[in-house]
Design a protein around this ligand. Structure first.
Ligand SMILES: *Cc1c(COP(=O)(O)O)cnc(C)c1O
Length: 426
């Protein structure tokens, strides 16, 4: 064991700086893409975090649906430390047991058919990027050339790289960076008639065959909006008929967040259908950066040898983090916890009598409290003051995406806060 103190990169990392002092240093050194941080956090344990002033918060956002096991989970911490102390990185010239076991585990929980394969990435965006490249390899029905039309939905969020941005509908994110990769068409959210029209003989004659439809089963960044019942089943039927891929972006909804490993596995959402490609990230590594593309059956052959790559993707430390996270979710029956605590949280907030709360929507522990007024940013700020981390995901919606380990008491505590919301916010 080394006796060296951890390096601070020549910088002052002393834990006694205040939130104000750290915030000033932040704005002097970190690019302003995010604006100043709401707080500077120094420590976490379970579902709680502490800021640099020593104030404690119940973390109902979990780093945006990431910290599945909460903070500083002992099993995850030990697994990552042990792997880093054994073999930290090798590149994709080599394989590692952790990488191989993670790919096998993802295929198992995805109930993927024979021939399915996994590509490991470092983020959700990279998983989306790989999937986008797969769509460009879909052959035309004549067998001559490939297809370039890709359908995505208004309100959808898929990441900020040029490819992922091309799939993302939001004009404010896209417009400063055009031209983006072409061929993407954004259809109205949940509109089956529009989806059918995109596959109509006229649309195909004018714009060509469809390579893929890319959708989130529950739109996360758009305010936790589940697709209407039956949409994915119809989407599966249309894509199959036309030889197009059904690509599910489960970066936010996957890895147990909605109460099943993948949201589409819930009969009410997926109706038993099987997609061609699923992307995951966020919760996958329990806080360690890691993502994956799961390609079902024949889709696994769309990217051939040499057609994609990554230096860090499949890194054994990241793969170990994901294996440990999945292992704890299974060992501690956290999928059941997500369904039970999610239902309690939802029921308690819906019936707590706040005149400001209209409804709660979402699945499992990916929920939005829909307000009667567009005051979500002020409600989120008040929650923070009161010691609860939430997110104003839309002007009228508060997103809750707590750790999957949230207890009934913690859910009740959160619900009590939302009961105090009065019309004063309006
Ligand atoms: C967060 C998110 C992404 C992007 O993932 P990053 O890890 O931030 O790159 C893509 N798709 C969806 C649905 C997301 O919620």
């Amino acid at each position: 064991m080394s006796t060296l103190t951890p390096t601070e990169g020549g910088s002052d990392l002393s834990a006694n700086g205040s939130v104000a002092a750290w915030t000033e240093r932040y704005t002097g050194a970190v690019m302003d893409t995010f604006g100043p941080p709401q707080r500077v956090l120094v420590r976490g344990e379970g579902a709680h975090v502490w800021d640099a002033d020593g104030k404690r918060y119940l973390d109902l956002l979990a780093g945006i649906a990431v910290n599945a096991l909460g903070h500083a989970h002992p099993t995850l911490t030990a697994a990552i430390s042990a792997q880093l102390g054994t073999l930290g990185h090798v590149s994709n010239f080599f394989g590692t047991p952790a990488q191989i076991a993670l790919a096998e585990t993802l295929l198992r929980i995805a109930e993927a058919p024979e021939g399915s394969r996994v590509f490991l990435t470092n983020s959700g965006t990279e998983a989306v990027e790989a999937a986008f490249k797969m769509t460009r390899r879909v052959a035309s029905s004549s067998g001559v050339g490939t297809r370039t039309r890709v359908l995505a939905l208004e309100g959808g969020f898929h990441g900020r790289s040029m490819g992922a941005l091309a799939l993302t509908a939001k004009a404010a994110y896209r417009e400063p960076f055009e031209p983006l990769p072409g061929g993407v068409e954004h259809l109205p959210f949940g509109d089956l008639t529009a989806l059918e029209a995109a596959f109509s003989p006229q649309a195909i004659a004018e714009r060509g065959e469809v390579a893929a439809l890319v959708v989130e089963p529950v739109q996360g960044e758009a305010g936790v909006r589940p697709l209407p019942p039956g949409y994915l089943v119809a989407a599966r039927r249309l894509t199959t008929t036309h030889g197009a891929l059904l690509v599910l972006d489960e970066v936010q909804t996957g890895m147990g967040r909605c109460g099943t490993w993948f949201a589409y596995q819930q009969p009410e959402i997926g109706g038993g259908m099987v997609p061609d490609v699923v992307m995951v990230a966020k919760g996958l590594g329990g806080g360690f950066p890691v993502g994956a593309v799961i390609a079902y059956g024949a889709a696994a052959r769309l990217l051939g040898r040499g057609q994609h790559g990554s230096t860090f993707g499949g890194n054994p430390v990241a793969a170990t983090a994901a294996l440990a996270t999945i292992g704890v979710i299974e060992r501690d029956a956290l999928l059941t916890n997500v369904r039970e605590i999610g239902a309690q949280l939802r029921q308690k907030i819906e019936t707590n009598g706040s005149p400001l709360v209209k409804e709660v929507r979402g699945r499992g522990l990916l929920l939005a409290i829909v307000l009667n007024e567009p005051v979500a940013p002020r409600v989120a700020a008040a929650a923070l003051e009161a010691g609860f981390i939430v997110n104003a995901v839309a002007p009228d919606a508060i997103r809750l995406a707590p750790p999957l380990i949230l207890t009934a008491d913690q859910a009740a505590e959160a619900a009590r806060f939302f009961a105090t919301l009065s019309e004063d916010f309006a």
